[in-house]
Structure formats: structure tokens, C-alpha cells
Design a protein around this ligand. Structure first.
Ligand SMILES: [Zn+2]
Length: 296
């Protein structure tokens, strides 16, 4: 048990009493030691911590990794985005996010912008194209990405705690971050403290109530070791209500894929077989993610 701990619900803080409703093929507690390698490979077997439905509605793990172990695992990963094989589609997808934020990005010339989990920097590049005078700071735990990010902004940190205390922002963006952060309400509070009055927080997360999640059952790819909990629009709203932030919107987002890539992953999810297809063509699908915008 030395790498694991029992956690309370990150939203309502109660003990998780209900039985698990989403179960893995292989329980990491029973049969595996979590190693770096295991963390980064795409598994055809479904290995994740079981998910429970808390009384408040959140879908969450009861047992998860300790923070020290997590930090170690996140500090050295390859590019999160399809291992670099599909940069164009990643940019198209992120352009969709950018469009949802255009009003805010245009409104203020010297906008102060913080991106958490900036990853390969594709979103930050788009922001800079939209508003060249934006003042940006990024936080990215994966140090392998720092060199690339430093070409876009000279303020790159590996931890939110290292961002100078006096820095306050008009807009904070966290794309596919909140699914990864244990005790994320505490994390949200830190972010709220970094907002100016009237400042915005924008995020994108997986939707555990999506059609895709229902169809694929425990083969839904978002059930994974890296996600200690998963949201739906109601539970994310509960978290922000606790924080006393105001909702601007919650929207479904479109992801762009090469059809071949999608087919490969669908077949891997359903039949546990790895087949490589040619790229065919690009399609945009509302596949089970949603975005949200709240303000202080
Ligand atoms: Zn709860």
C-alpha cells in the first residue's frame, strides 16, 4: 500500500461508502506494481482504480496514488497529444476552444493569461496569434515540454505553487487538467486566488455521462489510472458553486480525429486488438468532452 492512499470525495469530503460501479479488468492493487512504464503505455487491458458514485454525484476513485508518486510519474512523459502523430487535428480541436473564448481574448489588449498543463504549447500559440500583447505564464509539470514552452513565454513553472504570489490573472485555462488532479477542489481554490475580480476560469474535461461512456462501458478510454475522478456538467457545477464562482457556460466540445486513428482506438477499446489504419480523412465529433467557463 505504500504508493496508494484512501481518499475522501474531493467535492463533498465524505467517505466513499457506495460499491464501485465501474470496474477494471485488472485491479492495480491486486496484481501490479505501478511503474513508470505502465503509466505511459496505452493498455489494451483495462487497468485503473475502480470508480464509485459518491452520494454527491461525483464519479471518483476511493483508492488513488499518493502525491509523491504522482509527481514522479508526471515529471517525465512523452507528448500527451497522440504522441505527436496528429498535431494538425490537435490544433483544430484547440481552435474550437479558442473560439469559445474569443470575446475575452479580444476585449483586453494586455490580458494576463495563465495556462495550467500547457503541454505542447499549441493552445498558447493560438492565444498569442489572437492577442499578440497577451502576458502569459504557464505551468507544466512535464519538464520535457519546457524547452518548447520557453520559446513561447519566458515564464514557465512546473508547479502552480511556484507562480509568484502577486501575479493575478484575467483568464486561467486548464485543458484536460481537472480530471488529473486529486483533491481538485483545493486546487480550484488556489486558481481562484490567482484570479482578478471578474477574472475567468476555463476548462475542458471528459464527460462521464456522455453517450460514448455509456456505449463503451469499462472500455471507455477516460477510465484510466491518471484520472482519480471524472465529471459531468452537474458535478463540475457543484464544485464551482462550492467555490462561489459564477457560471458563464457549459458546452460540449468538438474533437478532430483522423478517421483511421479513431478506428484504431475504437477497435482497441472494444476488441482489445491493435490494428493500424491509414489516416483516411479528418472528422470532428462531439465525443464526450465538455468545456466550462466560470468567473470570480
Ligand atoms: Zn461527494
Amino acid at each position: 500500500m505504500k504508493d496508494f492512499k484512501i481518499q475522501n470525495c474531493p467535492i463533498c469530503k465524505s467517505n466513499i461508502k457506495n460499491e464501485a460501479i465501474i470496474k477494471p479488468d485488472i485491479d492495480p492493487l491486486k496484481s501490479l506494481k505501478i511503474r513508470k512504464k505502465l503509466w505511459t503505455i496505452f493498455q489494451s487491458e483495462r487497468i485503473f482504480f475502480p470508480y464509485h458514485r459518491c452520494q454527491c454525484g461525483l464519479l471518483t476513485n476511493k483508492i488513488f496514488l499518493k502525491e509523491k508518486m504522482l509527481k514522479h510519474l508526471y515529471s517525465d512523459m512523452s507528448d500527451n497529444v497522440h504522441s505527436g502523430e496528429d498535431v494538425q487535428n490537435d490544433i483544430k480541436t484547440k481552435n474550437g476552444y479558442l473560439n469559445q473564448l474569443k470575446d475575452i481574448l479580444y476585449k483586453k489588449k494586455d490580458l494576463k493569461f495563465l495556462e495550467i498543463g500547457a503541454d505542447n504549447g499549441n493552445f498558447l500559440s493560438l492565444v498569442k496569434k489572437t492577442n499578440p500583447k497577451v502576458k502569459s505564464i504557464v505551468v507544466e509539470p512535464n519538464k520535457r515540454m519546457h524547452k518548447k514552452l520557453k520559446s513561447l513565454t519566458n515564464k514557465v513553472y512546473n508547479d502552480i505553487k511556484k507562480v509568484p504570489k502577486n501575479e493575478k490573472f484575467d483568464l486561467i485555462v486548464a485543458i484536460h487538467v481537472f480530471d488529473h488532479v486529486p483533491n481538485f477542489l483545493r486546487f480550484l481554490k488556489i486558481l481562484k486566488n490567482k484570479l482578478k475580480k471578474g477574472g475567468f476560469i476555463y476548462g475542458v474535461v471528459h464527460d462521464e455521462k456522455s453517450v460514448m461512456a455509456k456505449i463503451l462501458g469499462n472500455r471507455w478510454p477516460a477510465y484510466r489510472l491518471q484520472h482519480p475522478h471524472l465529471f459531468n456538467p452537474t458535478t463540475i457545477n457543484k464544485a464551482f458553486l462550492k467555490l462561489k464562482c459564477n457560471k458563464k457556460f457549459i458546452k460540449k466540445t468538438v474533437n478532430f480525429f483522423n478517421f483511421g486513428f479513431l478506428l484504431k482506438h475504437l477497435i482497441m477499446a472494444v476488441f482489445k486488438k491493435k490494428i493500424n489504419f491509414p489516416n483516411f480523412f479528418t472528422i470532428g465529433l462531439k465525443l464526450g468532452n465538455f468545456s466550462f467557463l466560470y468567473y470570480k
